[in-house]
Write a protein that binds this ligand. Structure first.
Ligand code: 2HG
Ligand code: ZN
Length: 462
């Protein structure tokens, strides 16, 4: 090492693995946003909690910012290191540490990929039910940092619901053990919940104790074709009233177009403007009859124009691919992403307003709508035309996001449902949080990270 600051770091933690190759700096310095040019000082890959603490203490001694890093699949720039920060990757801390059959908990290191968590739970005959398409690459620590949601929130809730305990290395290098796996703990502030969704701004999550649950009942997957946007919430109501829904997701014909171009199989001969993929419990005649009744009710009302139900696991996976493959299929168009939410009851009015707003604002852009409609969460991806420059495209999209943020304020929604604020949505935080709330958040950060070194510039400026 030639940088004396890094020499000092290795002196403080002699076994610490450090990377400084330009290719590594680029790889670890960015997330899926691809908007900022990565420029970290170095990448530290600790193997123990003590090494994480040593890194944070060194950072305080040298006034160097630390960007925690999981699978870097984030979509809001939360893991970007573009200003000489030290990236602290949890990649090597990726093991399951303990399974407790009585408590039904699994304690894992923060760098464990979500899919590995799923597999570890399944080995014990249980499930960790939070799930989404990035499962193979994202890490549980990153999921906690954004309170990740995904495709089964309608049934199981967000990541927050499944975190029974956390270990956090604070911005001063103290180790806090939060909630210790308890179900009931009425002993003051629940700091665990402050840390969840804090996007690495309060410290570094090094371990988590996850609640597990019983495997779901057998399910069927149904793909529905809808003639218009207006009937979406009616279809949701008809299905939710009769079935135990495991998922209820929607996407537009534009989304399907891109997924098919990316290799997925066409589900219907005709083109329809909107689609829903829903999964629900089956297993007895009554449930199967209820599913048919929901479908027929929707057909009779003209809310649904076609449908297909999975006959095998392979077909279920094929139908899911149409929804889960969207982000990957759109990636090459460098999409500008919106991830917004309102209460389900506010959804019809918000959808109508947003559709009118975006129709006017983006007459020439390909705008792809999809998302977790059953959770009141919409993803709106605006695709960059080839002849518009990157920076110009972002400027144009941000003007529209301003209008969207105003609509969200009117409907009391959120500018980030599940992707986090990071850098991308920082300018719009006030549409979702009051000035008083943001002041309290800053005060909390000041307590846990007095020198402002934990992922600075993300979520808000200090
Ligand atoms: C999803 O629901 C993810 O598939 C990604 O949250 C959404 O790419 C997006 O905008
Ligand atoms: Zn999503």
């Amino acid at each position: 090492m030639t940088d004396p600051r890094l020499d000092a770091l290795l002196h403080a933690a002699p076994a610490l693995r450090l990377k400084t190759d330009p290719a590594d700096l680029e790889h670890y310095g960015r997330d899926w946003t691809r908007r900022w040019t990565p420029a970290p000082l170095a990448v530290a890959l600790p193997a123990t909690v003590e090494e994480v603490q040593a890194v944070v203490r060194w950072a305080n001694g040298h006034g160097i910012a630390v960007v925690p890093s999981g699978g870097r699949t984030g979509l809001s720039g939360g893991a970007v290191a573009a200003h000489g920060e030290l990236v602290l990757s949890l990649e090597r801390m990726n093991q399951a540490l303990d399974f407790n059959a009585v408590d039904r908990t699994l304690t894992v290191q923060a760098g464990m990929p979500l899919e590995a968590v799923h597999n570890a739970a399944r080995k014990h005959g249980l499930v960790y039910p939070v799930d989404f398409a990035a499962r193979g690459s994202c890490s549980i620590g990153g999921n906690i940092a954004t309170n990740a949601g995904g495709i089964r929130v309608i049934r199981y809730g967000n990541t927050r619901e499944w975190i029974a305990g956390l270990k956090l290395v604070t911005g001063t290098g103290e180790l806090l053990e939060l909630n210790r796996g308890l179900i009931k703990n009425s002993s003051g502030y629940d700091l665990r919940h402050l840390v969840i969704a804090s996007e690495g701004t309060l410290g570094i999550v090094v371990e988590a104790t996850l609640r597990l649950t019983d495997p779901p009942p057998p399910t069927n997957v149904m793909l529905l074709a809808l003639p218009s946007f207006d009937v979406l919430m009616e279809v949701f109501g008809a299905f939710r009233a009769r079935l135990q829904l495991e998922a209820f997701e929607f996407f537009t014909d534009r989304a399907l177009h891109h997924v098919l171009a990316h290799g997925a199989q066409k589900p219907f001969d005709d083109v329809h403007p909107y689609y829903v993929v829903t999964e629900f419990a089956i297993g007895d005649e009554a449930k199967e009859a209820a599913a048919m009744a929901a479908f027929e009710d929707c057909m009779e009302h003209g809310w649904v124009s076609d449908g297909v139900i999975s006959q095998s696991d392979a077909q279920a996976a094929q139908l899911w691919r149409l929804r889960e493959g969207i982000t990957e299929a759109l990636a090459r168009y460098k999409p500008y992403k919106n991830d917004v939410s309102v209460r389900i009851s506010a959804m019809p009015a918000f959808l109508a307003e947003t559709q009118a707003l975006l129709g006017q604002a983006y007459p020439h852009f390909d705008v792809v709508w999809f998302g977790h409609i059953g959770d009141g969460n919409l993803h709106i991806n605006v695709l960059k035309p080839d002849d518009v420059g990157d920076a110009d495209f972002v400027v144009q999209c941000e003007q529209v996001t301003k209008l969207l943020a105003e609509a969200l304020k009117r409907h009391q929604g959120s500018i980030s449902a599940e992707h986090g604020i990071g850098l991308v949505k920082k300018g719009y935080l006030e549409s979702t949080r009051s000035a008083e709330e943001i002041a309290v958040m800053r005060g909390i950060k000041q307590v846990l990270d007095p020198n402002g070194l934990m992922n600075p510039g993300k979520l808000f400026d200090t």
